[in-house]
Ligand binder design. Sequence first.
Ligand SMILES: Nc1ncnc2c1ncn2[C@@H]1O[C@H](COP(=O)(O)OP(=O)(O)OP(=O)(O)O)[C@@H](O)[C@H]1O
Length: 598
Amino acid sequence: MADPVAKKQIFSQEETNYELKIPYLKRLFKFLLPYKKWLVLTLIFMFAATVADLVSPYLLKQAVDHYIPKKDFNGILIIGALLILMLFVNKECSKNKIRLANRTGQMVLFDIRKALFDHVQSLSFSFFDKNSTGRIIVRIVNDVNTLNNLFTNGIVNVITDMSSLVLAAIIMFSINPKLAMVTFAALPIFLVVLFTTRNAIKRNWRAVRRKIANLNAYIHENISGIRVIQAYVRQKVNRAIFKDVIDDVFLSWMKAVRINGIFSPAVEVCSMIGTLIIYFYGVKLLKINGVTVGTLIAFVSYLDRFWRPVVTLSNFYNQLLVASASSERIFEVLSIQPEIKEDKNPVEISTFRNSIEFKNVWFAYKDEEYVLKDVSFEIKKGMMVALVGATGSGKTTIVNLLARFYDPQKGSILIDGIDLKKISFKSLRKLIGIVQQEPFLFSGSILDNILYGKPDAKLEEVIEVCNFLGAHDFISQFEDGYFTQVNERGNRLSTGQKQLISLARLLLQNPQILILDEATASLDTHSELMVQNALNKVMKDRTSIVIAHRLSTIKDADLIIVMDKGKIAEMGTHESLIRKKGIYYELCASQIRFVKAG
Ligand SMILES: Nc1ncnc2c1ncn2[C@@H]1O[C@H](COP(=O)(O)OP(=O)(O)OP(=O)(O)O)[C@@H](O)[C@H]1O
């Protein structure tokens, strides 16, 4: 049976508000402005196709009323030729209209997606803290996809349908107003059906979309968490939940289709009533007020051209609702401002000369929940500084602030006396290199990944760096060497190998300040030794800030900063802190006890 807890989690997805929001739609349509010329051309094709389509019944009327009774074969031939010409114009113009509309639509989607992607890339870490990867992907892929129908067919079709409907009615009224009035007698029936089913249809399609969103979320979570799922042998339970989720989609879909199904027959019934009226009432009117057999034939055709677009037009409203909801979510992301902004007149620093200084720094990830409280310290050029302390004491937060992934709420961080906020992003990123606990490799080759640090580096330079770090041997053992493809996250490589590749990437970038955030924490003893050796080489002659749980690796640090609940509890060298017999002494003692016990 499905796990109720898991099921509840899926259904806690965000709710979507399907109301027509004109300001969002207006903003959305602004994306069409660069393609004005194409739009105008599309409209011209559309108009030509509609006119050609509407001329045909009138030509038929002429043939029936004038040429057939007189057996005027020349006249019939001309009408026939004109009918073929109209058909050709209609088909050609429709083809071009569809091609142009699709092209414009796809370009608009491309622009929206590009705007979203560029914007998301510029956002600060705090945005990614609040939004899961899945949610962001849904914005860039699914929400933009839902606009597809609107931009590729929806808008053009609705204009085509509206003009066909209006023109057909106008022509009918101009041919014979009395007959036209009676023909539309079924319109009130349609309006009743429309207003009684509209809300139910809206509600049911909304339910379908919610169930599909649940399905997407569940698949995303299962694929991302596949290792945990397999480790806990949860496949059977998850399969049962998945079946429930699919069943929900199926049932809600069938219900929506059933209700939607009322609509189309209603339109057909109305159209049929209109046709019957034309035949019954029209025959009575024959020869009165100029009503001819041709008029009746033309009326039946125009009536069809009036009712046919009605179903598509009502679907368009649905499309608009979905587009309005998606655009609301898209613009919500686009309106988020990056919290970390570059100074208007940024200072370029090419060389780190003296020191890094934290001056009375206070920082909270949210509101007033400070995780760093009045932190002050100074790191001189060339020093190796270690940050130690219990989990959650604020070590990673300190390096996150130094890399300017976040800005402190109070206090300041200075590099060579210059506030971090004034330094250009480019020189800061060049100055500081970070090695994380979980190295991240992109899809592409090993070489591509290393070149990330310096795109214009030559292969010889890359090999030299890898040789220096002790990575060349294992890379050259692969069949394709440096051109070996690593898929996303580098699944084909061991964590130690990935770490060495990320170190090669870092060394090519040649940063003057290094941040090592538990770079060896997830490695086995052999890999740890290999990576630690490489790290020692990278750290040589550089200023480095190291976070390490294994205290033996930082014994020789020039300065050890001991963090406790967001505050600096102790600071000094290994010897001085051991002598102090404080928190650091306790941490060392507990690790020795742990090693001995092991
Ligand atoms: N992105 C975040 N959003 C909100 N709170 C966070 C975030 N990152 C960390 N915290 C909180 O800030 C506090 C300090 O976390 P930090 O990661 O700096 O500790 P740490 O000393 O590096 O811990 P560890 O040794 O486990 O990595 C913790 O209470 C943590 O829960």
